[in-house]
Design a protein around this ligand. Structure first.
Ligand code: ADP
Length: 267
């Protein structure tokens, strides 16, 4: 069944269901002769008025390593968010499906892609708040791009927004986020450290044998994720730097981008 909606006088046509997300079903579709991904927002799952305001800001963010938000269709309920289509889907699934096939260069390249997009968000003073491999997507040419930036603010589900909730991303959250909901680019840096760990672990779940409350206790005791087998010590050093207790002791994304680029230059 094709569903047509009009945005800037061009129809958004939904073709096939891609999956189910935080806010509702995600569809593959077309808009202005190009492929797009359309997120449909179920009634009651998003604070829509606040989002509509913020969507203007989000649409102005433009970087090669961010999944582009083309537009928001608000004439109808449910509202539609129209995004750049990413052929190779979510990064976690991509990593798991191709486990064992990645070269050192390709793993480092994925970290570089994300650090580039995040360095751009950092300069734009925009905090992601839910950076993780599940919120990155992979293009046809295997470029990793960041999705869902800032969207966590509009989720209405308590299980996701409260740090005690079952869906809160504890394993990606810095201590100050878990304790005081204090989000910053430095809390994004902590999450980026975990994301690098996911890349070098080829899609494994971080702290897979621990529950959320066990992770909180372990972090308090100073424990951190271990170096994945495929990860060079130089990259693990960057992860450990990103997991410093105090936000001010962590690197910026500009620094991480620089360090990762230097590693890429080395043979
Ligand atoms: P949410 O983050 O809102 O929970 P997701 O982004 O995980 O929802 O979307 C669910 C699924 O839809 C993803 O796993 C992915 O396969 C697919 N998807 C989402 N956005 C895109 C996109 N821009 N291009 C291609 N597939 C997408």
């Amino acid at each position: 069944e094709l569903i047509r909606y009009h945005q800037h006088n061009a129809a958004v046509i939904l073709s096939e269901e891609l999956g189910s997300g935080q806010f509702g079903l995600v569809w593959k579709g077309s808009w202005k002769d190009g492929q797009v991904a359309v997120k449909t927002i179920r009634e009651g799952f998003m604070s829509e008025e606040e989002f509509k305001e913020e969507a203007r800001v989000m649409m102005k963010l433009s970087n090669e390593k961010l999944v582009k938000l083309y537009g928001v269709v608000t004439q109808h309920s449910p509202i539609y968010l129209v995004f750049e289509f990413m052929e190779n889907g979510c990064l976690t699934d991509f990593l798991t499906a191709r486990k064992g096939t990645f070269s050192q260069e390709s793993l480092l390249e994925m970290c570089l892609d994300v650090s580039e997009g995040m360095a751009y968000l950092e300069t734009s003073n925009f905090i992601h708040r839910d950076l993780a491999a599940r919120n990155c997507l992979v293009s046809k040419n295997n470029v990793v791009k960041i999705a869902d930036f800032g969207m966590a603010r509009f989720v209405l589900d308590d299980q996701y927004t409260s740090s005690y909730g079952s869906k809160f991303p504890v394993k990606w959250s810095s201590p100050e986020v878990i304790k005081f909901w204090k989000y910053s680019s430095k809390s994004d840096v902590w999450s980026f450290g975990v994301l690098m760990w996911e890349i070098y672990s080829e899609g494994r779940m971080p702290y897979d044998l621990r529950s959320n409350s066990e992770v909180i206790e372990a972090l308090k005791a100073g424990l951190r994720l271990l170096k994945p087998r495929l990860c060079p010590q130089s990259v693990y050093n960057l992860m450990q730097w990103s997991w410093k207790e105090k936000p001010e002791d962590r690197p910026s994304f500009a620094q991480l981008l620089h360090e990762l680029s230097c590693l890429e230059q080395q043979p």
